[in-house]
Design a protein around this ligand. Structure first.
Ligand code: MLT
Length: 283
């Protein structure tokens, strides 16, 4: 359901200028969004079960050339509004279009999504194509869940609602980061653990249910006719780089870059290589 954007604690335009983190009231969703830099918009869409802070290293590096807009998705970060049982990838995509409206971003943007952010990217492309100038897909896939994967998500959704999210970091951190990153950067692992523990159980459940019912996008890949970059960590065990390479073959003219020394979260694990790949693509 569309909601007219309402003024929240900051006017979006003045928030852009003052480069603070505004809160934008989108009705069902109170969106915290970090905005920095000047130039064409790079919309950064986080993975599950994280928030906008996973893009910290991109903010430090890329704000000279682009305006970075990194929202917390509905239910994530500091959003405190009631949630439906299921948040579909379509819901998130429509939220992002509404956010751009509220921020008065009219020119097409570069949409950059990681993993769940990529699943949302497919739906943003399908539903809001006119808003997309370029696509960057990081560590994601175009297939729908297998029956087994969907069942696993339902189990996590039920468990997190029953007992809270304390078990979630142990279930995910080993898969999110390469073993080399886990040894090299315990502080990064600790910070990410805190982010996961700060995520609402009902948001974890709703997003898991939404991912479980997401639509296969493989046959739509050839419809993408904007410049597209696919990035993947060399040691990603969740969305392996071999799978992304095949996906790149189905997107006309797309580029594929494998990021060394990284698992599922190259923007955090190897920001130098990730930022270089993004900057080269945008240049
Ligand atoms: C993510 O990083 O967003 C998740 O790994 C996505 C998923 O669970 O499929």
């Amino acid at each position: 359901m569309a909601h007219a954007p309402r003024p929240a604690d900051l006017n979006p335009q003045s928030a852009i200028r003052s480069q603070t983190m505004p809160t934008i009231d989108l009705g069902e969703y109170r969106c915290h969004v970090e905005i920095q830099g000047d130039g064409p918009v790079l919309l950064l869409v986080h993975g599950f079960p994280l928030d906008h802070t996973m893009w910290r290293p991109q903010f430090e590096e890329l704000q000279q050339s682009v305006r970075l807009i990194a929202p917390d998705l509905r239910g994530f970060g500091r959003d405190d509004r009631p949630l439906p049982d299921t948040l579909t990838m379509q819901d998130f995509a429509d939220d992002l279009a509404e956010l751009l409206d509220a921020l008065q971003v009219v020119s097409p943007v570069t949409f950059c999504g990681l993993s769940m952010g990529g699943y949302i990217g497919w739906q943003f492309w399908k539903r809001h194509r006119e808003r997309v100038a370029r696509l960057i897909l990081c560590d994601t896939r175009a297939t729908a869940d297998s029956v087994e994967a969907a069942r696993g998500r339902q189990m996590m959704a039920n468990r997190v609602l029953q007992e809270g999210n304390a078990f979630v970091p142990a279930a995910m951190l080993d898969k999110l980061f390469s073993s080399a990153t886990q040894q090299r950067d315990p502080q990064l692992i600790a910070t990410t653990r805190d982010t996961i523990l700060g995520t609402r159980p009902d948001a974890i459940a709703a997003a898991q249910r939404g991912m479980a019912e997401r639509i296969d996008f493989q046959t739509d890949l050839p419809s993408i006719n904007v410049p597209t970059l696919l990035l993947c960590g060399q040691d990603d065990v969740i969305t392996p780089s071999a799978e992304m390479r095949v996906m790149a073959g189905s997107i006309p003219g797309s580029e594929f870059v494998e990021i060394p020394a990284a698992g599922h979260l190259p923007p955090l694990e190897n920001p130098v290589a990730t930022n270089r790949a993004i900057a080269d693509f945008l240049r």
